[in-house]
Ligand binder design. Structure first.
Ligand code: N01
Length: 587
């Protein structure tokens, strides 16, 4: 087929003539769009972001025969795995499960090198997906969507990019990622620092050589905990500035075992079904039917030990109530604190590294390689900036209340404006001039994490209110993308042009998300799940903690009942059906 490459200079007339020429051959499968504006290019759908969510969405929309444009601020595909190139960056979900299941050929042909894949390997996989399904040709790289406005007269979205382009689209699908708006803390004097500064989420592509340097790492979340052991091996001296200690479990990473790989590949369809039907997060772990505080103490110890040795997120599944019952949670937290004391030789340092302010697992559990062991090195200092806070950055280093630390380089492992930051970074205006920022001022409100009332035809892939970051994210991406694609197909077959949640359905869902979270220990932590890491951000538990199985059931029921809770309409005022404007079919 001839592909339609978006060019900023394309006029609507040129675009229409191309499309109309193709419409007959493609069997009139595209949605009808007409536009009054000759200034803007028009497509059926815009997909924002070319991480795993954007890539798969683009693929599915093409399969529907829609014309689609993708926009990606990075120079290539990969999303979070494109940006997070810091040393030690690695997935905390096992490779055999952190991958697409939609294509049997794809899951059979790709070979993972390690039990937990490193960032370069995952990025290579994203590139492979883009090539295999020929996705790059419809993505404009190095280009951010800056604004999206819903025009009630035409029922179309008007999209602006930071390159000065404008286009119209019926559907706008935000695959902007949950952890893509990096956060720099507001520390006085940053601009004075004479050395180099880095953020883990915006790591230089050429890499960084820390050999012999005095390096400071600020932050001990997953990113800090992964990069600290690797930077420590290179640096002359590493100072870790820790405000809050985090729980971390050893990954037990290693080269992929051929038999293990084979056992997955031989049984992929059954295992993927199990992930869909019988897990809480879309990742298959060894589930327990026992409650932690009821177990015999010796058996409990043995169980924690066994899972610690095996490594990875399996530890948090040792008992079935670790995130529900403080007594059980305490047993797991005590075990990890004891392990920290047994690994770290200096008892004062071990004490500082032992979390006491939140139940284990209520902040994202970290998965590491030699994290606690790193503090036994002579060239590593742990600085407690909870008791002696950072006061300012100076020309030569960092000043805390108690001391000045001379540094050549500073690494900010300070996280993200999670789940809402990337969306609210786009100026999104829906019905009646309402902005998304205003609609979400008290916290994000969505129906099923998929759409927001007042913003017709605007979808969010793994949006707030869905399992998203509490699940294996590629798993949840697949579910969302397939639900959205099925929804558009159903709309087309029934002659509907717009879809939007009803306010009442959305309110009920938001209440349900909160109610389910309140039954767990999660709200006890000052976590980014709660927006607690961003000053002024509303304290609302953002992801859906009820589990991927009930969530999928709910989404499927809603669809089976004719998109219950959504309002569907046939056309916006002024929308004309003048024939196919667009047509694109995957070959
Ligand atoms: O960010 P974070 P992250 N002064 O927000 C500290 C995913 N991920 O990039 O807790 C001093 O967790 C802050 O301290 P405190 C994963 O879902 C996955 O590490 O606010 N410190 C905290 O220690 C993860 O949860 C993978 O007191 C300051 C740290 O910075 C999520 O991304 C790998 C400070 C931020 O921790 C985010 O992880 C990496 C200040 N002013 C990330 N401001 C894997 O797949 C902030 N901090 C393995």
């Amino acid at each position: 087929m001839t592909s339609l490459i978006f060019r900023p200079a394309d006029s609507l007339i040129f675009f229409m003539s191309q499309l109309q020429a193709k419409s007959t051959a493609a069997g009139n499968r595209a949605l009808n769009i007409s536009t009054n504006s000759a200034a803007a290019t028009a497509v059926d759908a815009v997909v924002v972001g070319a991480g795993f969510g954007g890539l798969y969405m683009l693929h599915r929309l093409r399969q529907l025969g829609l014309s689609v444009r993708g926009f990606e601020r990075g120079a290539d595909v990969g999303g979070t795995w494109y940006w997070n190139r810091y040393p030690g960056a690695r997935c905390d979900v096992e490779s055999m499960q952190y991958s697409f299941s939609f294509s049997e050929d794809l899951q059979q042909e790709w070979r993972w090198g390690e039990r937990f894949a490193s960032q370069p390997e995952i990025l290579a996989y994203a590139k492979h997906v883009a090539e295999r399904f020929d996705l790059r040709r419809d993505i404009q790289f190095g280009c951010s969507v800056s604004a999206a406005r819903y025009d009630e007269a035409t029922a179309l979205w008007e999209i602006d990019t930071d390159q000065g382009e404008r286009l119209q689209t019926r559907f706008c699908i935000m695959a902007t990622g949950c952890l893509s708006a990096t956060r720099m803390p507001d520390i006085a004097g940053l601009e004075l620092f004479g050395g180099k500064t880095y953020h883990t989420g915006l790591w230089p592509h050429e890499g960084v050589d820390f050999a012999g340097l005095r390096v400071g790492v600020i932050g001990t979340g997953s990113s800090g905990i992964q990069c600290i052991p690797v930077i420590a091996q290179q640096a002359g001296h590493l100072s870790v500035f820790q405000r809050t200690a985090n729980f971390s479990i050893p990954a037990g990473n290693g080269p992929m075992d051929d038999d293990y790989e084979r056992s997955w590949k031989d049984n992929y369809s059954a295992l993927r079904r199990k992930a869909r039907e019988d897990t809480s997060s879309g990742t298959i772990y060894e589930k327990s039917t026992l409650k932690g505080h009821e177990a015999n103490p010796d058996e409990r110890q043995r169980e924690y030990e066994r899972r610690w040795q095996r490594g990875g997120g399996n530890f948090m599944h040792a008992f079935n109530d670790l995130l529900l019952d403080q007594r059980s949670n305490d047993t797991a937290a005590d075990f990890v604190r004891a392990r920290i004391r047994s690994i770290v030789r200096n008892p004062a340092v071990a004490d500082m590294l032992s979390p006491t302010d939140h139940p284990i697992g209520t902040k994202r559990i970290c998965i590491d390689t030699d994290y606690y062991e790193t503090y036994n090195r002579d060239n590593v200092t742990l600085v407690d900036v909870r008791t002696a806070p950072i006061e300012r950055i100076t020309a030569t280093g960092l000043q805390t209340r108690d001391a000045h630390y001379e540094l050549d380089s500073m690494v900010f492992a300070t996280g993200y404006d999670a789940m809402t930051g990337a969306l609210l970074g786009i100026d999104i205006t829906g019905r009646g001039g309402e902005t998304l920022a205003h609609a979400w001022q008290a916290g994000p409100k969505t129906y099923l994490g998929l759409m927001t009332a007042g913003f017709p035809n605007l979808f969010t892939v793994t949006g707030p209110g869905s399992p998203s970051v509490l699940s294996s994210v590629i798993f949840s991406i697949e579910q969302h993308v397939e639900w959205i694609a099925d929804c558009l197909e159903s709309m087309r077959s029934r002659g509907f042009n717009t879809i939007e949640p009803e306010a009442a359905a959305q309110e009920q869902w938001v209440a349900h998300v909160n109610e389910v979270a309140d039954r767990t220990l999660f709200p006890l932590a000052n976590s980014w799940y709660m927006g607690a890491n961003i000053p002024g951000k509303p304290r609302v538990f953002m992801p859906y903690v009820g589990g991927v199985v009930p969530y999928r059931q709910k989404c499927d029921e809603v669809a089976a009942n004719g998109y219950e809770g959504f309002r569907l309409s046939q056309a916006g005022p002024g929308l004309q059906h003048t024939g196919n404007l667009t047509n694109q079919q995957e070959t």
